[in-house]
Ligand binder design. Structure first.
Ligand code: ZN
Length: 218
């Protein structure tokens, strides 16, 4: 068990919930905090899931309002009624410019104020959806930037960076929380409780789960 503390960037989705539970096991419940960002998501259901999961695991959660984002950018995650599509450059219109840079910056400012060095984020470049700020090279560059900006030895951890969705489900299963994550996390772009089964996020999640369960059955 670690004697250090960690801050998890926590949306209430499958990936960040897997990271949160792993952090609780690794650092100990009292040493883990979560930070959740409100930035004009279309659906409150995501924030509600995050609140409930943090409470379930006894993790102190701080919700930060970044809805100022809406003043400078719009996308399908934030616009009511916009259809979710993939543009010709391969980047889905759910991409929010600068989002992970902002999240990491605010997480780091908060972490330092709490004497926390370890920041955990569930970004992943394996099932790459074309989001440039989910790449390992971006996270490493941001880590250097934050350390220089605040003269502090932050360590950003990305435990899911090279895992497929199936492997992320396997990790959840190893920790004994596959069913918990399946039932309590929210990842649907359309905000449908239990998942719409059709949006890119639901498709990726279900495909990964089916792959993992098929492997396990062999
Ligand atoms: Zn969906």
């Amino acid at each position: 068990m670690h004697d250090e503390q960690a801050l998890v960037i926590f949306s209430g989705g499958q990936d960040s919930t897997t990271c949160l539970i792993q952090a609780v096991r690794q650092y100990g419940r009292g040493n883990v905090q979560a930070v959740t960002f409100r930035y004009g998501q279309r659906h409150d259901i995501e924030l509600e899931c995050a609140r409930r999961i943090a409470a379930d695991w006894g993790v102190r959660q701080t919700v930060l309002d970044l809805s100022v984002m809406k003043q400078v950018t719009h996308n399908a995650l934030m616009d009511e009624g916009a259809e979710i599509q993939t543009a010709s450059n391969g980047v889905p219109n759910t991409f929010v410019d600068g989002r992970n840079a902002l999240f990491l910056l605010y997480a780091a400012i908060y972490a330092k104020s709490q004497n926390i060095r370890h920041i955990i984020t569930g970004v992943c470049e394996t099932d790459f959806s074309g989001y440039p700020d989910c790449r390992d090279v971006f996270v490493k560059s941001m880590n250097v930037t934050l350390n220089l900006a605040m003269d502090y030895a932050f360590q950003i951890h990305t435990p899911l960076m090279y895992l497929t969705k199936a492997q992320t489900w396997a990790l959840a299963d190893e920790m004994g929380c596959l069913d918990y994550i399946r039932e309590h996390t929210h990842t649907c772009y359309n905000g449908t409780a239990g998942g719409c089964g059709e949006c890119p996020s639901c498709v990726l999640r279900e495909k990964g789960l089916a792959e993992y369960l098929a492997e396990k059955a062999v």
